[in-house]
Design a protein around this ligand. Sequence first.
Ligand SMILES: Nc1ncnc2c1ncn2[C@@H]1O[C@H](COP(=O)(O)OP(=O)(O)O)[C@@H](O)[C@H]1O
Ligand SMILES: [Mg+2]
Length: 397
Amino acid sequence: MPMPTSEPLKIALCCRTQPRLDATYDLLRGIPGVNVSVVTLGGAYEAIGVLAEQKSDVLVVEADASSASDYEALTHIIAQHPSVVIVLIAADISVDMLRAALRIGLKEVVSLNGDPAELPQALDRIRRSRSHSVATGGQVMAFVSCKGGSGATFIATNLGYALAERSNKRVMLIDLNLQFGDAILYLSDRRPVSSVVDIVRDVHRVDAALLESAVVQVLPNFWVLPAPNDPTAASEIGGADVSGLLSFARSQADYVILDLGRTLDAGTVQALDMSDHIYPVLQQTLPYVRDGKRMLSLFKSLGYSEGKQRPVLSRFDRNADITQKDLEDALEAPLFAVLPNDYKVASASVNQGVPVPKLARSSAIAKSLSEFAGRIDDPISAPGQTSWIKRFLGSRG
Ligand SMILES: Nc1ncnc2c1ncn2[C@@H]1O[C@H](COP(=O)(O)OP(=O)(O)O)[C@@H](O)[C@H]1O
Ligand SMILES: [Mg+2]
């Protein structure tokens, strides 16, 4: 969300002891352009409740990122409130704590026993970086395959290409299908030398140069971070690693597209938490419908709102037994996009490693991808889409 320079930074403050709370509050109050809107006795865990109740720009919180419970609470805050900047304060800062903080993508860690100017300086940096950036970061879109072979990778890769082509916005596709990821093969014949795993290994020092060295560039504004070749490498990656990686990717790209395959583990759930929208991809046969339903109810149990989910129908066939309406009734959700079935175009594209918008620009798949890309930024998925689907299907829809 854009933040005008003139508006004061709204700060939520949480400290574990009353004297520290009072002292930090006094310090913050003396800083121009800062408005301390909530003051709470507590640490990272209490901050979750504070942020749920009160919108803030910055959370100044006394916590120890290297303790498991604080680490978990901070990771949760980052996932739930990606636009809130966290300033960690602590009496003593250990190397372990610094490392943990950097791992989850926290940039500001201030020692309470150090230079009293540290905190004002940190807030000044935050204020300046906010006035420079127009948005808080790129949009994260997760593609999930309801069943193997749904078309999730095909859509994630080709949509990424279509999105990059239609504007000069920066698009990054991250293949988080860590065991069997093959997204790069849909876009390029280049053999990647690095993967997600190399970046995550170094996530505490990830910067633009490191990321650039690991991605495959497909278009001037479209990059792919491939999955590892070695399927066992996946076990190295946990929720906090994914959190750090995505926080950084979001600061670098306008659209971050994730191919999650159909694995659900700590890493992929963290990725789903941090996604703006989830696109479960399914087809029009009963096994897909069944797994699609399961997938959507799982998302519901993870606490995701209906608006966050945007089911996509792949390989649409007008004459199939299960109609689009049957599908929407079964899912109890409208479809966000529908891609036509075109075996010839899709298999030529996949076999050659050339995306459809490039290989067959005038094909029906390319056209619906382009339309899909044009609707990504729609704030509301459900109400506006009836007309779009009708247009796509013609009067018979
Ligand atoms: N719209 C389509 N029409 C015809 N075939 C398709 C279409 N989309 C995908 N396919 C084919 O389905 C296969 C599996 O798709 P893929 O994206 O790899 O599935 P997933 O990632 O969900 O397992 C691809 O090899 C591709 O050839
Ligand atoms: Mg796949």
